[in-house]
Design a protein around this ligand. Structure first.
Ligand SMILES: [Fe+2]
Length: 242
């Protein structure tokens, strides 16, 4: 080989090695940056979740008839989501929505929210505004994403007889359909001032008979199957509410 060529080759080799070193440094830096960003994101997400929980607990604390309702319905809804739409369980917004579903109750007067007897028609009209009040609170918080659709639609019924929009069937956001069942099941199986809790088997019959009217039939079937499995494995319902 001509000596000039050998020098040239050597120079190119050295340049390539330097270039590889630079690349390696860049990759390491990028890795570090990503780790920092990921850590910051994880911290932000967990602070956000804590804040959302606190907000939801503030609402629950005002509503004297629904103690522990928040935790149970959250667990029921998550268990159903894992079964019906597992791909949604990784989306933080869904959990936020389940926790914040009743956030709009901050706008409902105590005299209605905690009335010991049944509500009058006018009082019901006020009570039914809580999903829309909730939307106005949650919508500006972009990080909450689709949570707003759960807040808006958690009282919509499969047959179109719910509120606030009277949406029907699959027009209702799936997690809101899931939540409707979790919420109703918890209400049925909890003591209320005006009636005792229903036994679980009666509440399950109610779910079955309202599948296709109040509840999404697929969600209702998934719930019946889930409870059936838990019972067969000897787990009480509390296995879900932890
Ligand atoms: Fe509600």
């Amino acid at each position: 080989m001509h000596p000039d060529h050998a020098d040239e080759l050597d120079l190119t080799r050295r340049q390539l090695l330097l270039f590889a070193d630079d690349l390696q440094t860049m990759v390491e830096r990028e890795k570090l940056r990503r780790t920092e960003v990921e850590q910051a994101y994880r911290e932000l997400s967990s602070s956000y979740l804590r804040m959302v929980r606190t907000l939801a607990e503030v609402v629950e604390a005002r509503d004297s008839y629904t103690r522990s309702h928040l935790d149970r319905t959250y667990q029921f809804a998550m268990a159903l989501t894992r079964r019906v739409a597992p791909e949604l369980t990784t989306r933080a917004a869904i959990g936020y929505g389940y926790l914040l579903h009743d956030i709009g109750k901050v706008g409902i007067p105590d005299s209605i929210l905690n009335k010991p007897g049944p509500l009058t028609d006018d009082e019901w009209r006020v009570m039914r505004t809580h999903p829309v009040i909730g939307v106005t609170l949650v919508e500006p918080l972009k990080l909450l994403g689709d949570a707003v659709s759960i807040v808006r639609s958690h009282h919509e019924r499969w047959d179109g007889g719910g509120y606030p929009e009277g949406l029907r069937g699959e027009d209702i956001y799936l997690p809101a359909r899931i939540f409707m069942l979790a919420d109703a099941f918890d209400a049925m199986t909890t003591d209320r001032p005006y009636r005792k809790a229903l036994p679980i088997h009666v509440a399950l019959e109610e779910v079955e008979s309202h599948a296709g009217s109040q509840f999404d039939p697929e969600v209702a079937q998934a719930w019946l199957a889930l409870i059936d499995e838990l019972e067969r494995e000897g787990h009480p319902l509390t296995a879900l509410s932890g």
